[in-house]
Design a protein around this ligand. Structure first.
Ligand code: SF4
Length: 275
């Protein structure tokens, strides 16, 4: 099976795509009807809904299908998360929260509702870094947090196990695998790589390591970055002149938390009789 992941509009669901699909819903009622007659439901890995959409038709439709609720302005929209709480009866739910001023309220509300969170991190300006660090502190130290906040969760595990994964993997944005299909049908790369040619001068079958080496992390700052293995040059896109000083503080916080966790678990093991 083609391992490509296509972000498609709902209107293109009937097209014979070769890989897996994330469907951007525009009409939940029609989407549930289309999903009910879908002959290959395994190809659909998630449905994305704008937060303002009525998710009620999905409450009992397509059970088990992951639903992503996409926020645009988290500081003003976060109360709308409550109206989607019933989705959890039949679906894993994840809130997609852009890192914009006030986004922390949306993260805390989503977590309180038992939704997972994916941060659309972009290239955060210095003013956003403090709020990002505050949300990281909430994630690490608030005992009621039961769901993951990505990218924190996977980066923390990578540091803990000393097996870092580049953010391109953590955020499911591997350039060799991901395509964005616009409402009008045009195909491009996704998100921060949208402006990069489909033919980016890399062999079609090249794996992510080649991409990182040849395209994604060619900036001298990346070459010398202690977090290269956990990042892969992710924050140098789309603006190559982005100053990573702030985001390195976030990676540093995750690295320190993983080291602290390892120390705590070792102390616990050492103090346990029979060890
Ligand atoms: S944190 Fe910045 S400098 Fe370091 S690898 Fe990522 S993009 Fe490159």
């Amino acid at each position: 099976m083609d391992e490509r992941l296509y972000h498609i509009p709902q209107t293109r669901l009937s097209t014979a795509w070769p890989g897996r699909l994330v469907v951007r819903a525009s009409d939940p009622v029609a989407l549930v009807e289309a999903l009910a007659s879908e002959t290959n439901p395994e190809r659909i890995v998630a449905v994305r809904l704008p937060l303002s959409a009525d998710s009620e038709p999905l409450n009992a439709g397509a059970p088990g299908l992951p639903v992503e609720l996409v926020l645009d302005d988290p500081a003003s929209e976060y109360p709308l998360l409550y109206q989607h709480a019933n989705l959890l009866d039949n679906h894993p739910v994840r809130a997609v929260v852009p890192v914009r001023p006030g986004f922390g309220k949306a993260v805390k509300t989503a977590i309180a509702l038992d939704f997972a969170v994916r941060l659309e991190i972009g290239q955060p300006e210095p003013a956003a870094i403090d709020e990002l660090l505050a949300v990281l502190d909430f994630y690490l130290h608030q005992p009621t947090v039961a769901q993951s906040i990505e990218f924190f969760h996977s980066a923390l595990l990578g540091f803990y196990h000393q097996e870092p994964l580049p953010l391109w993997v953590v955020m499911e944005e591997e350039p060799q695998a991901l395509r964005y299909i616009a409402d009008g049908g045009a195909e491009s790369r996704y998100g921060r790589l949208a402006a990069l040619d489909l033919d980016a001068g890399v062999a079609p079958d090249a794996d992510l390591e080649v991409w990182i080496e040849q395209v994604l992390a060619t900036d001298p700052e990346c070459r010398n970055c202690e977090f290269l293995n956990s990042c892969g040059g992710y924050f140098k896109w789309p603006r190559q002149d982005y100053d990573c000083a702030g985001i390195k503080r976030v990676f540093g916080g995750l690295q320190n938390a993983a080291a602290e966790l390892r120390r705590d678990l070792k102390s616990l093991a050492d103090a346990t009789p029979d060890h």
